[in-house]
Design a protein around this ligand. Structure first.
Ligand code: GLY
Length: 567
């Protein structure tokens, strides 16, 4: 690896001395932002900068988490939030690892069939749009819990720059303009009124959000309880109920973020630390990586026929298990140890054949003897002390339920759609679910979020994660493999074209115009269904790689406005 980086640096330096026309652009590795001490990579420059400034003031990754999370809530309302939830995985400089779950919960009045009509058929818009789609938000509980355990700077110092951002405003990018235009009618329809974000904003306009600034200022003054017991909570509940929702002050009072043990496993010389249930991310990632570990991917090459086949077949099998076994561990027993064990996984891959695709219709979840027991956003931070976090946070759909509390200045999630409304029926990401993910009061809905840290030889090596609904797991997987197996830089690894398979529907989705046509033809000959046309963005990955000399490379996905900053 040292050799690869040495060659890379020589190449980059020599490129600088040549005129651009002499450079073979296509094959030149692209390095991300390189910094010596600390790095923040997120979906918005403003949020990355606020996180970095907290680190420069002497704060640690956990302080930066509080500030970055809230700065995303201001400047990236598409997924950044006060009205949603998320997960964080951490690794302290001393090697201690852990995770926090601030996922939303079903309200006390929720029940299993609440999204079914009189014929027992799901009503998707009820779990996706408006007040009935909203789960009890967890984000404010999450950041305060992180701060209580590990924070070093006062909340006031962490959140004041965020209040100022909301007051002074942030600049709309072209991508944001498109998204806001796309959802404008739905905002008005859902809220039965016009809202701040329904105005016709253009790129380079400034959006100021004084209501959100005031909400954040009250949170600075009154702490976590402002959201769960105080004026903010009261106003939010009144608004949700006025729009036909069922969340009460009791729901808010009972909400707690939870510390969890992350899923930890090895892949060759790497140790992967990822999110445990109620996210499926860590378990699925472990299953896929363990299934492909025996194969020589680096020899097959990046996005070659054999590499695509082996990754696809492992994904197929892992997603089949996901749909059956995974749910909220406080409600269902999940056989995690068996699901990620070598013996179980080698048995799962027993029928894999390079000559012929396995059909998803021939494949169910694996049998475990004696059952042992979309849009989202991600940011990665490494601090000057050697601590690292990987955080993925979400409202679920774009702008969540589209329900916006005008007096408070934020959108509410539609996370209830991540439950399986009816076992066997797909949710908005086409994911099937079973009893393990059925709705129950106070239960957390299954997630795909996969905030992940990677160690190499016992040292921090990477922080990585992404939005993308069901494609989150496979995007994180490919990014790690791009660096580990195919020797890419962090920046190239996040930019590289991706593909995705999730058992059902039985189709391999490819980012358009990015894959060799002859490879796609060969896949079809072997029985794979392929789809390039309807590909949603497959992930918007942000990551930080620790380089052999200890400096940090930030990789910010070109698919979004993502930005890496450090010092
Ligand atoms: N709402 C997307 C996820 O949690 O996976």
């Amino acid at each position: 690896m040292r050799l690869i980086y040495l060659l890379l640096f020589i190449l980059v330096i020599s490129c600088k001395t040549k005129p651009e026309s002499e450079i073979e652009i296509k094959t030149r590795p692209v390095l991300g932002v390189i910094e010596k001490n600390a790095m923040v990579v997120s979906a918005r420059e403003e949020a990355s900068k606020i996180g970095k400034e907290i680190l420069q003031k002497g704060g640690n990754v956990f302080d930066a988490m509080v500030a970055t999370e809230m700065a995303l809530a201001v400047s990236y309302p598409y997924a950044g939030n006060l009205g949603g939830g998320g997960f964080m995985v951490y690794r302290k400089a001393n090697g201690e690892t852990g995770a926090i779950d601030y996922r939303e919960k079903a309200p006390l009045a929720a029940y299993k069939d609440m999204y079914l009509d009189e014929n027992g058929d799901p009503i998707p818009e009820k779990s996706q749009l408006g007040a009935m789609a909203v789960g009890v938000p967890g984000t404010i509980a999450g950041i305060f819990e992180v701060h209580k355990k590990f924070g070093t700077l006062p909340i006031r110092e962490l959140l004041t720059p965020v209040v100022q951002l909301a007051q002074k405003g942030y600049i709309i990018t072209e991508k944001q303009e498109k998204r806001l235009r796309h959802f404008r009618e739905l905002f008005i329809e859902t809220n039965k009124d016009t809202i701040l974000y329904a105005q016709s904003f253009k790129a380079n306009d400034t959006i100021k959000n004084p209501k959100l600034a005031a909400t954040l200022q009250r949170i600075i003054e009154n702490g976590r309880d402002e959201f769960y017991k105080g004026e903010t909570g009261q106003k939010m509940v009144e608004y949700i109920q006025s729009k036909g929702g069922i969340i009460t002050m009791d729901d808010l009072n009972k909400y707690e973020a939870k510390w969890r043990d992350p899923v930890q496993f090895t892949y060759k010389d790497l140790t992967i630390i990822s999110m445990s249930p109620p996210s499926s991310g860590g378990v699925c990632l472990a299953q896929i990586m363990k299934m492909i570990e025996p194969y020589d991917l680096s020899n097959y090459g990046h996005n070659t026929l054999k590499s695509i086949q082996i990754i696809t077949e492992a994904e197929r099998r892992a997603y089949a298990d996901r749909s059956f076994y995974l749910g909220d561990p406080d409600f269902v027993k999940i056989p995690v140890d068996t699901l990620i064990s070598d013996s179980y996984l080698s048995d799962r891959m027993k029928d894999f054949d390079f000559e012929q695709a396995t059909l998803s219709s021939d494949l169910s979840y694996g049998s475990i003897p004696g059952y042992e027991s979309s849009e989202t956003t991600h940011y990665s931070v490494v601090d000057q002390f050697g601590n690292a976090i990987s955080v993925t946070t979400t409202l679920n759909g774009a702008y969540g339920s589209k329900l916006y509390v005008p007096e408070l200045g934020f959108f509410l999630n539609n996370e209830m759609d991540d439950f399986s409304a009816k076992p066997g029926m797909p949710n908005m990401f086409g994911l099937l679910g079973a009893e393990a993910n059925a709705i129950a009061p106070e239960k957390r809905m299954l997630s795909s979020m996969t905030p992940t840290l990677v160690e190499k030889d016992g040292e921090l090596w990477m922080s990585v994660g992404t939005p993308g609904g069901s494609t989150i797991i496979t995007s994180v997987l490919q990014t790690i493999l791009n660096v580990k197996e195919y020797g890419m830089t962090m920046q190239d690894a996040v930019n590289a074209p991706r593909f995705h398979h999730q058992w059902l529907p039985d189709v391999v989705v490819f980012e358009p115009n990015s894959f060799d046509k002859s490879i796609l033809d060969s896949l079809r000959t072997k029985g794979y269904k392929t789809n390039e046309e309807e590909s949603r963005v497959i992930g918007k990955v942000d990551g930080i790689l620790v380089l052999p000399d200890g400096s940090l490379e930030g990789g910010a996905d070109k698919r979004g406005d993502d930005t890496a900053v450090g010092f």
